[in-house]
Write a protein that binds this ligand. Sequence first.
Ligand SMILES: [Ca+2]
Length: 488
Amino acid sequence: MSDDHAAHAISAYGSRINQTPNLDRLAKEGVRFENCFAANSICSPSRATILTGKYSHLNGVPTFNTFDGSQPTVARHLQAAGYHTGMIGKWHLGSEPTGFDYWMILPGQGAYHDPAFLDDNRRQTIQGYATDIITDLTIDFIKNRPKDKPFFVMCHNKAPHRPWEPNEKYRAMFASKQIPEPATLNDDWAGRTDAIKECTQTVAKNLTRRDLKLTPPADLQGPARNQWLGVSPTEVEVEIGGKKSTLTGEALTKWKYQRYMQDYLACVQSVDENVGRLLDYLDQTGLSTNTVVIYTSDQGFFLGDHGLYDKRFMYEESIRTPFLVRWPGFAKAGLVQKKMAVNTDFAPTFMDLAGLATPSEMQGRSLVPLWKGETPSNWRTSFYYRYYHDPGDHNTRAHYGVRTETHKLIYFWKQDQWEMYDLLKDPEELHNVYSEPGQKETVASLKQELYRLKQEVKDDDQFADKQPPAGVDGALMRNAGKKAAEKK
Ligand SMILES: [Ca+2]
């Protein structure tokens, strides 16, 4: 799994902006899910959902809350069933991992270069680049596993999460590249509700000097330097062909988009390279034939789409997450599966692979039949979404909604505002048709479906007004320090 890797930055998904030959290999040798969605498009909640098979309102992680590791998780179930289990890389759930025989995680968001790692008794720094190290550690886990047991390992990259710091090789490769702009970079948000107009996740106005990798004046130190880096610049002096010029307005937005995407895609390229390394290792050891390999992300990401970066909103680029699976002889090679998957399905899928029934508290369904090209009866044709982190880091309004195979209805409950999109006529979601004439019946049927799903997933507005305290960064590091001191 990667962090914030949008499907439209994978060539197997038709990317216009990069090539990912190793991820494409998974798509060619296995199944690519076209419509796999995050139930709450943000890091920690997604991770909690993937582990539990439950929506945020039932697993207790609607925003950045400490995960209660005493609840049943797929790792605990698999461990109890005799699997050797491992968790390596980004965790971001505040509490210590449970159900894993081995874990080695980044504290909080983690660092790209020379990252610190925590295991169950110490904190250590490992020299190198996070994406390479996480893959090395994963290969070591597989190498050192007890050979008489099946294994389950979650290899979780930090990349390509903000602040998008590539390694030197790929930084240099992408620095000179001109990345095509998305069609909706200059979306004027006409007809949309207040939420998108009020958010602070825009390429034009919110990327900071730190994001854009601008160099602070040499005499700035300490807090003043940090303050300078935290500012979103309204003009930038650039040098092109030995000529200096100052960019503002639309030219500056275009430049910011390039800087953002060059670094983001360079980070993705390392992920792709390391997926290739992992696949090669499985080939060399003969493990390929009976190992299921899944590649996914915790959610999607706006790559300048609608003029945005980050995720959170229920728009397609944010909620769609890549899902590629290879399982020789079982998952149909080259199949493109269009049925809707949700990340609540991941835990039941792992259970199914281990020959275990889906526990009643898990809310998703096993995807395994869909890998084989079968469609189980009553497979979902709609899914429920809910986002809570308001105002959060980007002033993104809380909302919930339903996506069907043809439409999307979004409700910003604090403002009592609605958006509705016809995904067949308007796949880019530029025309909010909620209040348009002739839409009454569609609105009514989507509302009915929305409230049916809300009830089905047992969302009683548990966290509508008040969320548990944020706690994913900090506590775990302090505990690791304390444990290390006790051991001494
Ligand atoms: Ca994420």
